[in-house]
Design a binder for this molecule. Structure first.
Ligand code: SAM
Length: 268
């Protein structure tokens, strides 16, 4: 069966990388694990030696069928379908609220799947995920670099992340054109903003980064209703940023403070 490019099918073919990914997930026998996109089972089979409950979500019906045959009697459930369309309640009805998450993410929908995980998984959830390197680097990026953007700010609000390893194209069959990166995340138990506010926070930060080369005060006037230029500057100065700052100069913490201050009325 030919790998489908449209589904980002690059199968892991190097034992050392597989071991490293599974070590990072640090499973105990009683853990429950959700794997997104199991493909031919490169991660799934060794994972099943470590834990008793595994739920797989695979979009490719043919692959899901083959995997079902391969896994035989193993205690594993396969849901066939697009993870992006899947109702979170359905996952929880099978795994409960707490489970670990593992995926060698399909590149084309990696960010969309990760965003869903950040929004929906329970606080404290641990995940080990493989991304296209460039995307993964954006998730961990610190202020002032070109990788730092609204996705970095949102990811770091919602989770603590760290690098596990960089993986060369040669570790996959067929090899992708670019390098990959494995990251480990833990969803924050006590994020600086409550989840009900995340959607508006994301929109706010995205607006701030809309035109990266512009000064932030210009971008922000669009999302702070009716604000005069001086008022936007006053808010920037209140979070310790200067009036000429660009979006990429603000730390995650400064973004959060700026967001919280957006509705405060300044004495006019
Ligand atoms: N886990 C396998 C491995 O490491 O060898 C396969 C990884 S491959 C990069 C990505 C897998 O995700 C493929 O099996 C693909 O069919 C599946 N996939 C692609 N889009 C998906 C989606 N939206 N929901 C669920 N699975 C998806």
């Amino acid at each position: 069966m030919k790998p489908k490019k449209s589904l980002g099918q690059h199968f892991l073919a190097r034992g050392a990388v597989i071991n490293r990914i599974l070590r990072a997930l640090d499973c105990q026998p009683e853990d429950k694990v959700l794997e997104i996109g199991p493909g031919r089972g490169a991660l799934t089979l060794p994972l099943l030696d470590q834990v008793g409950t595994v739920l797989l979500v695979e979009k490719d019906g043919e692959l899901a069928e083959r995997l079902r045959e391969k896994l035989g009697e193993k205690p594993v459930e396969i849901l066939e379908g697009d993870f992006l369309e899947l109702d979170w309640a359905e996952l929880e009805s099978r795994l409960g609220r707490r489970f670990k998450i593992l995926s060698n993410l399909p590149y084309n929908v990696g960010t969309a799947i990760f965003t869903k995980l950040l929004r929906r998984a329970a606080p404290g959830t641990e995940m080990v995920l493989m991304f296209q390197r460039e995307v993964g680097e954006r998730l961990l990026a610190k202020p002032r670099g070109k990788e730092y953007g609204s996705l970095s700010v949102f990811a770091q609000l919602a989770a603590e992340g760290r690098l596990v390893t960089v993986v060369s194209p040669a570790a996959f069959q067929p090899p992708p054109k670019v390098e990959s990166i494995v990251l480990r995340f833990r969803k924050r138990e006590d994020p600086a903003l409550p989840p009900e506010e995340w959607e508006s926070f994301e929109a706010f930060v995205q607006a701030g980064f809309a035109q990266r080369r512009k000064m932030l005060r210009q971008n922000l006037r669009a999302v702070i209703p009716g604000a005069l230029a001086e008022e936007v500057e006053a808010r920037l100065s209140a979070v310790g940023a200067n009036a000429q700052a660009r979006a990429e100069e603000l730390s995650v913490e400064q973004w959060i403070r700026l967001f919280k201050a957006r509705l405060e009325t300044l004495g006019r």
